[in-house]
Design a protein around this ligand. Structure first.
Ligand SMILES: Nc1nc2c(ncn2[C@@H]2O[C@H](COP(=O)(O)OP(=O)(O)OP(=O)(O)O)[C@@H](O)[C@H]2O)c(=O)[nH]1
Ligand SMILES: [Mg+2]
Length: 332
């Protein structure tokens, strides 16, 4: 069966995409608050696990995975709660350089096509660009270029052209990878807000009043100690699961909206059948029973989806989520 959700991470080479995915898989495979992740292919599991173990066990430059080559890897995962599968998704790990290829190059085309099919996009910005407060437009422009943000905006503009109504607002996570690199500047609440303000400046189009984007801001790190020394620091991942939980929550929300529409339509149909006079009802008894049964089915489906959403929403109560620049609480 094809995966239900598709997640694509945008970020230049070295942004931390591969490390993020390895860490996400390793932590969630063991289970986190009852949620677990499994690859559908055992060979992939071996590959991911051995790269992760190298990172944890070794010291020096070799602990890190090599930059991803021109051949992208596609992974498929099942996301479950306890033993119960909630939703499946797939993930593409590609070389960040593809983002900067010219539009005729093959890997650029693969990325663009995949983006158009994605149910959530992660924008990956490394904490190394956020060490200092942004103080001028020139500095802002420089960071936007270095972190590939101007390029990301081009991809997002293309994406928004092809969205269906049920996909609006489209879910985006701004993942601040290597947060350990800038954590020092964000020790208290006020300085943390300042850091988040800098991010909002970098991605200003995602925070303007509109119903196009549902944006989550999420700092992640593979370990606090890596900020000082990435060659020997202990691997101790933080927050890696949150972007994923948000992406899957958003996909379920899309399902719930579609299912709600079916419930509404079935209700209208049933009302029409019930409101006929006795003579008409004589001939529509079977239709009415069929309509009642499909309404029941749709309602059960909707309830099932809402239960899954509620499980995920528990994890998102402290998350920073914005719609049209305004902070939101997740609801079910
Ligand atoms: N301090 C710190 N460094 C990290 C962290 N995650 C990754 N790195 C460093 O960032 C480097 C690049 O990470 P990758 O995951 O390979 O980057 P990528 O985005 O996959 O790059 P490409 O495959 O070339 O597109 C790693 O080799 C590490 O040195 C982190 O959480 N903290
Ligand atoms: Mg990579």
């Amino acid at each position: 069966m094809a995966a239900e959700a598709k997640i694509t991470m945008l970020g230049l080479s070295g942004a931390g995409k591969t490390c993020y995915m390895l860490g996400l898989y390793a932590t969630m495979q063991l289970g986190l608050q009852g949620f677990t992740l499994a690859t559908t292919d055992m060979d992939e599991d071996l590959r991911l696990t051995s790269l992760w173990e190298k990172m944890v066990d070794e010291e020096g430059e070799d602990r890190w995975p090599p930059p991803t080559g021109s051949e992208p890897y596609q992974y498929e995962f099942d996301f479950s709660y306890g033993m119960r599968p909630l939703i499946s998704f797939d993930w593409l790990d590609y070389r960040g350089g593809a983002m900067q290829s010219t539009s005729t190059q093959e890997d650029y085309k693969i990325l663009l096509n995949r983006l158009r099919e994605s149910s959530c996009v992660f924008l990956c910005v490394s904490g190394e660009y956020l060490r200092e407060e942004i103080s001028s437009d020139t500095q802002l422009g420089l960071i936007k270029r270095k972190a590939g943000i101007s390029r990301m905006n081009i991809f997002l503009t293309d994406l928004t052209k092809n969205l269906k109504d049920s996909q609006r607002p489209f879910p985006i996570v701004i993942v601040i990878t290597k947060y350990d690199q800038c954590a020092e500047r964000a020790q208290d609440k006020i300085s943390r807000e300042k850091l988040f303000d800098d991010i909002k400046k970098m991605f200003n189009t995602l925070f303007t009043p509109s119903k196009d984007w549902l944006v989550m801001l999420c700092p992640v790190s593979l370990g606090k100690e890596l900020g000082k020394d990435s060659l020997t620091g202990k691997i101790d991942p933080k927050n890696l699961h949150l972007p994923l939980v948000f992406a899957l929550y958003a996909k379920l929300r899309e399902y719930a909206m579609t299912e709600q529409e079916k419930v509404n339509e079935a209700k209208i149909r049933l009302d029409t059948l019930r409101n006929g006079n006795w003579f008409q009802r004589l001939f529509t008894g079977d239709d009415q029973r069929a309509a009642e049964s499909s309404l029941g089915n749709y309602q059960n489906q909707l309830q099932e989806i809402q239960q899954r959403m509620a499980l995920l929403a528990q994890e998102l109560t402290n998350a920073q989520i914005f719609l049209g620049g305004k902070e939101q609480q997740v609801d079910v």
